[in-house]
Design a protein around this ligand. Structure first.
Ligand SMILES: [Zn+2]
Length: 498
């Protein structure tokens, strides 16, 4: 059965040209993907941007919920493209996959939009949104989208792509507002991590000021927020900035890569330092604001700029009870240089396990960080950490502590360089943070104090500076134990170059 499905093709509107000194090529502001919204069981013929027509069917959607809040933690979407069946994820650090003549992703399903601002006016009208690119096309116009941070990929905690907002304070088990985070929060170092413009464009709001004629924005105007509109008529939100550069004012034409300011925890940050980065545009049919998931664009920009060889992925974060079995899944890890030949988990129970997926159970509540090391066929190595918030099944009211650990800089570290380590613990009335830098040096104790919800944006992370004597990969650990005896553990992967 073929139905006539409404296809949303983003309209290309050139609002303005970016003024620049000297001559330069016109930026490639073409949009390379088409967007379709389908219900389960529906099939549609979809014209790609290269004119080819593919037949897309949405066969099934499997949704996996946690047993504490009933929130969606993982999704499997079964589709067929020109008769070839494939299963893809939805957000949650999944990149598009190639099948037949297309690259395909599913940025969102209806369940996520029940409690998120993916569509600013409510739920997705169909079961799933699918995006399709021609197989050999870039995700976004080459040279028109840059990575908005001077920071290594997945070097820090995130809440991203439909992952629940639950950093800083642990998740609230009583809250039925799940708050799937449809855009991207990148954790980092307060006043140190530089935020760059992902695209050229026009600053339409900054430091609580709005450019006349741009009052209709898809989010807050605040002292810590910068809004930029680009030649695709996409609106870019940069939030929680610690400081904004003086030339980033409404009406300013900026270039891709231009410095916007420094990362902070201003505004509704939850008290943890991060950049909130989102791309929004108006649905041409409804006139309502929607999110354009930028994950593939961010990835492509990072790859082009930084040339990573292998990337470990142990995300998204999990929420579970003591005694409950769960799977640690590192299968989203990717090698760009070869093939991944080893997934090694160094687990909190002291065991070392091989293979992309492991099962674990936790006896004691706390915040855990399981170490994943991947190695590829070229000998490249990367680490990521699976974060799990484990609540006590017998005492579900007890606050579980969470820890946010950060270091700066994250790129280009050499032996002897001073590296700043910052930490803050939420949900703990007692204790201090203890660092182990993983290089045999003595532990260092710091104290970030007690963070109160009402004053969470005040105060600073506890800071210490460390340098590494020799090149290598270091797994740095920090932990703090709260008044219930629950420990929050954080890990950081520090690469010290030759
Ligand atoms: Zn955010």
């Amino acid at each position: 059965m073929k139905l006539n499905i409404r296809i949303l093709i983003p309209t290309l509107i050139l609002l303005f040209t970016i003024s620049a000194s000297g001559c330069r090529e016109e930026p490639d502001l073409k949009i390379y993907h088409v967007t379709a919204e389908l219900n389960k069981g529906e099939t549609a013929d979809i014209e790609l941007v290269n004119g080819e027509i593919v037949t897309l069917s949405l066969l099934d959607i499997s949704v996996f919920r946690d047993s504490l809040r009933g929130a969606v933690r993982d999704v499997r979407v079964r589709v067929s493209v020109d008769g070839e069946e494939i299963t893809i994820g939805s957000g949650n650090y999944h990149l598009p996959v190639t099948t037949g003549r297309v690259k395909i992703d599913c940025p969102v399903i209806k369940e996520f939009t029940v409690s998120s601002y993916y569509r600013h006016d409510g739920e997705l009208p169909a079961d799933a949104r699918i995006r399709l690119w021609p197989k050999d096309s870039p995700y976004i116009g080459p040279g028109t989208f840059g990575f908005p941070l001077e920071q290594a990929w997945l070097v820090n905690r995130m809440q991203s792509q439909n992952e629940l907002a639950g950093l800083g304070w642990a998740e609230n088990l009583r809250s039925t507002n799940h708050g799937y985070h449809s855009t991207h929060d990148f954790g980092g170092a307060e006043g140190m991590d530089v935020i760059l413009a992902a695209t050229g464009g026009l600053v339409v709001s900054s430091s609580n000021e709005v450019l006349e004629g741009f009052e209709d924005l898809p989010g807050d105007v605040r002292p810590d927020v910068v809004w930029v509109v680009d030649g695709r008529n996409w609106y870019y939100r940069y939030s929680h900035l610690n400081s904004i550069e003086p030339d980033i004012v409404p009406g300013a034409n900026i270039e891709m890569g231009q410095k916007l300011g420094y990362m902070g925890k201003q505004g509704g940050s939850g008290g943890w330092v991060h950049l909130h980065f989102g791309v929004h545009h108006k649905n041409p049919e409804t006139g309502r604001w929607e999110v354009e998931d930028a994950w593939p664009f961010l990835w492509e920009a990072y790859v082009n700029e930084y040339d990573p060889q292998v990337v470990a992925v142990a995300r998204p974060r999990q929420l579970l009870w003591t005694g409950q079995e769960t799977a640690l899944d590192g299968s989203k890890s990717v090698s760009l240089a070869g093939d991944i030949i080893s997934w090694e988990w160094k687990l909190s129970d002291g065991t070392i396990a091989s293979g992309p997926v492991q099962t674990m159970t936790y006896k004691v509540a706390g915040e855990y960080s399981e170490i994943l090391k991947v190695t590829d066929s070229k000998g490249n190595v990367d680490y990521d950490f699976m974060n799990l918030q484990v609540f006590d099944r017998d005492n579900p009211e007890n606050q579980v502590p969470t820890i946010h650990a950060v270091f700066h800089p994250t790129l280009g570290i050499r032996p002897g360089d001073p590296v700043t380590f910052l930490v803050r613990t939420f949900g703990s009335q007692t204790g201090e943070e203890v660092w182990d830098f993983g290089d045999g040096s003595p532990g260092v104790t710091v104290n970030s104090g007690v963070v109160q919800r009402q004053t969470q944006n005040e105060g600073r992370y506890a800071e210490t500076v460390h340098s590494f004597a020799t090149p290598g990969h270091y797994v740095v650990r920090v932990e703090r134990t709260n008044e219930h005896g629950y420990t929050a553990i954080g890990h950081l992967h520090v690469v010290v170059n030759e």
